[in-house]
Write a protein that binds this ligand. Structure first.
Ligand code: SF4
Length: 268
């Protein structure tokens, strides 16, 4: 339910909150997914999470280990849990009280944005003083690659449209994209081009200019490769770092043309 872990993307200790201790629950079926099949009788409840989270924070502090973030992820898509909103609110209260220097992160595949209540909750939380960091998965900008790498029944066009709507609210967010081979095939050039265009569009529509300042609400784009084993190996395969860097460079060029300085990061 609550688990400390070293996170390569955070660069330090991340305290994870898993809303699905019983089984995997996800609206995607990514072939690179690292969740191995399991089943338990453990039922999530917010009170137990609060106690476990406070203990994990205090233990790290007693051992002088800096906490980079408290992160909702693990065993599926967190926005699918009926406890999601309450758990985020309670975790934020613990973060603010015990470890205000840590971020509160939600890793989501974005499908929750199709639910109006989740969309509004994330939008309000991201714009409030909750200091919420939304890391939004965007593995595919074309339908064929989406069906290959995310294997979901959620209509791809609707998903992209809601992500676009979310960016237009000026909520700060980060894009995360996995690049790997699936069934021996790399993302094709048409996917690379569509992805660069779509992410650039998100960066443009989420940039807010007021009279004194410019806000880049697309905080970062994280491109990462397959680094851990998956139950479906070798269906998805790691690709050379050069492929990740090539995609990152394409995006950097496109963003530069629009004078957008969002960081494009690569994690091999
Ligand atoms: S979105 Fe995440 S949890 Fe869901 S299948 Fe993909 S990798 Fe696994």
């Amino acid at each position: 339910m609550v688990y400390p872990v070293y996170s390569r993307r955070s660069g330090g200790l991340s305290i994870g909150i898993n809303l699905f201790p019983d089984n995997k629950h996800c609206s995607f079926d990514c072939p690179y997914c690292e969740i191995f099949p399991f089943k338990t009788d453990i039922i999530f409840n917010t009170e137990t999470m609060q106690t476990a989270l406070a203990s994990a924070v205090l233990e790290a502090q007693q051992n002088s280990i800096p906490i980079k973030d408290i992160c909702f992820s693990g065993n599926g898509e967190p926005t699918m849990s009926s406890h999601f909103m309450q758990a985020v609110t309670e975790a934020e209260s613990i973060r603010a009280g015990l470890v205000p220097e840590a971020k509160l992160v939600i890793i989501t595949n974005g499908t929750g944005l199709l639910d109006r209540r989740v969309f509004e909750f994330l939008n309000t939380a991201a714009l409030s003083n909750l200091d919420l960091h939304i890391w939004l998965k965007l593995d595919a900008a074309t339908e064929p690659w989406y069906q290959r790498i995310d294997r979901s029944n959620i209509p791809h066009g609707e998903l992209l449209s809601r992500i676009r709507d979310f960016a237009a609210t000026f909520s700060p967010f980060t894009i995360q994209t996995m690049i790997c081979k699936v069934k021996g095939v790399l993302p094709p050039p048409v996917e690379n081009t569509a992805w660069v265009q779509f992410v650039t569009e998100l960066a443009v529509i989420s940039t807010k200019n007021d009279s004194t300042e410019e806000y880049m609400n697309l905080r970062a784009v994280q491109i990462y490769g397959k680094a851990r084993p998956s139950p479906e190996d070798p269906l998805a395969e790691t690709v050379p770092a050069a492929i990740l860097n090539e995609r990152a460079d394409l995006l950097r060029v496109a963003l530069k043309k629009k004078e957008i300085t969002t960081a494009v990061e690569v994690y091999e």
